[in-house]
Design a protein around this ligand. Structure first.
Ligand code: ADP
Length: 497
């Protein structure tokens, strides 16, 4: 077996190859059951020949999905490390180029390289970049090229002769919803594993892993400090937790201290919470106008959260301590699987509009700033989920698959329905904010004064605030759209009534 070193430099520049990753399951903490699920695969890869004699083969594809920074790459490397097999990695975006044929030939290269070192592992990060649904709206462009790449992946997966080469393909994505269903069929990526945000215990376990090579005064003190951080990091990813510890270590060194202490950890936590879009983390150092905009934004988000409470996700507080382009509202830890009705999806769209609507109300349409710039994108995204994914609108779910050819101007029609929902969401959101104007002002005042406000106080202000009655907002006339849509002549649209 030759070394892999030359591979990375040859024609296949986009592939990174490692003979051994050196990563083990011990490096991945929290969500222990995931390791259990992968243990069997490791055993098969490791004892390749014995298993093959018994007619037991490794699954061809494993799909890891979950938010960025939750350790998907780490897990893929750990499988390779535990099994002691080479690791070939590429990114889905590497396959999408302007030149015809590049995607397909890169896929071929990747699989050919991995096969010549079998048993081995292929890791394709951001697989959605190449594997998104065919026939869906072509958002990034380069649709035909991407489709070629996707077809090639399918061909490679189907074409493995398992008896000769055990190559495990691991894909990672945070957009399972947009993946082409063909990828998920049996014999392809048929093992799907969700890598979610860690629970409190999970966070503690992750912190312990990354605290291992750092200095604390004593084991007891370390444990107490890590507990405190774990409690205050709801919704944090493994990568963010790792950052907190690294940052704390840097602060400790800068202060010339021997051990990481509570001050350094809390400081690092604060920095991690205020993401760095402006480099400002502290509301005391913020210009007054920015602070005012931020306070209004959070107050509007809070009022909408009361108006449309999410039963599965109660909020815990909001603050103006960090400045980023998404709301700062924080949520309590919840367990259990939410189930959403159509109205919940619609409410999501309305809620997402709050930052934009309040900024326009308070500062004027010509005076918007980046602080609300993500809001419309977020609202549009929720609308897209409702229309394209749930099948709950008059549109049904008939938009993709081979039938797309029968539908002229499909994208324009989808856009028209989304526009309807967006119009409703903006109208409804501004109606709610006008009705609860007094609550918005009161919450804004509290935020400006104290920097943060807890859920209880928000609810109290919301319940007691005088309301200004508003005219009704007309709901989405999607069936009107459907009557128009009904002439498209496609099957599968569920007609009302
Ligand atoms: P993803 O591929 O899901 O975006 P990564 O695997 O790149 O995430 O995670 C980045 C880093 O964050 C990892 O290298 C690791 O140091 C840390 N990390 C993330 N999740 C975990 C975890 N569950 N346990 C330990 N470390 C983690």
């Amino acid at each position: 077996r030759s070394t892999l070193g030359s591979l990375g430099k040859s024609r296949a520049k986009f592939i990174s190859a490692e003979e051994t990753t050196g990563v083990t399951f011990a490096d991945f903490a929290g969500q222990e059951y995931i390791k259990g699920e992968l243990q069997e695969i490791v055993q098969i890869l490791k004892n390749d020949e014995q298993y093959r004699d018994k007619g037991i083969y490794c699954p061809k594809g494993v799909l890891l999905h979950g938010p960025p920074g939750t350790g998907k790459t780490l897990l893929a490397k750990a499988i390779a490390g535990e099994a002691g097999v080479p690791f070939f990695a590429a990114n889905g975006t590497d396959f999408v180029e302007m030149f015809v044929g590049v995607a397909a030939s890169r896929v071929k290269d990747l699989f050919a390289s991995a096969r010549s070192y079998a048993p081995s592992i292929i890791f394709i990060d951001e697989i959605d970049a190449i594997g998104s649904k065919r026939g869906g709206p072509d958002i990034g462009g380069g649709g035909a090229e991407r489709e070629q790449g996707l077809l090639q992946i399918l061909t490679e997966l189907d074409g493995f002769k398992v008896s000769t080469s055990q190559v495990l393909v691991i894909g990672a994505t945070n957009r399972l919803d947009i993946l082409d269903p063909a990828l998920l069929r049996k014999g392809r990526f048929d093992k799907i594993i969700r890598v979610g945000l860690p629970s409190k215990d999970g966070r503690l376990a992750i912190l312990r892993v990354h605290a291992m090579n750092k200095s604390f005064r004593s084991e007891v003190e370390k444990e107490i400090l890590l507990q405190e951080i774990a409690e205050n990091t709801v919704d944090f990813t493994g990568a963010e937790l790792q950052n907190i510890l690294n940052e704390a270590a840097i602060l400790t060194a800068r202060k010339d201290l021997d051990y990481i202490g509570q001050d350094e950890l809390l400081e690092a936590l604060k920095r991690q919470k205020g993401t760095f879009e402006t480099g400002q983390e502290d509301s005391t150092a913020m210009p007054e106008e920015l602070k005012l905009r931020l306070a209004y934004r959070e107050a509007a988000v809070a009022v909408l959260a009361c108006y449309y409470p999410e039963p599965h996700r109660p909020f815990s507080e909001t603050n103006i301590n960090s400045i980023r382009s998404k709301p700062n509202m924080r949520y309590a830890e919840t367990s259990g699987k939410p189930f959403s009705r159509k109205s919940d999806y619609v409410n999501n769209i309305v809620r997402a509009c709050a930052p934009r609507v309040i900024e326009e109300e308070m500062f004027g349409a010509d005076n918007l700033c980046w602080m609300s710039s993500k809001a419309t994108a977020q609202a549009a995204y929720h609308a897209e989920i409702l229309i394209l994914q749930t099948g709950m609108t008059a549109f049904g779910k008939a938009y993709y698959g081979h039938r797309k050819d029968l539908v002229p101007n499909l994208a324009a029609k989808l856009e028209a329905l989304r526009h309807e929902y967006m119009r409703f969401a903006v109208d409804k959101c501004s109606s709610v904010l006008r009705e609860y104007r007094s609550a918005v002002e009161t919450i804004t005042d509290v935020l400006l004064e104290k920097g943060k406000i807890k859920a209880e106080e928000i609810w109290d202000i919301y319940a007691k605030a005088p309301r200004i009655p508003q005219p009704p907002v007309h709901p989405v006339d999607e069936y009107g759209t459907l009557i128009y849509a009904g002439r498209w002549g496609i099957h599968g649209i569920s007609l009302p009534g």
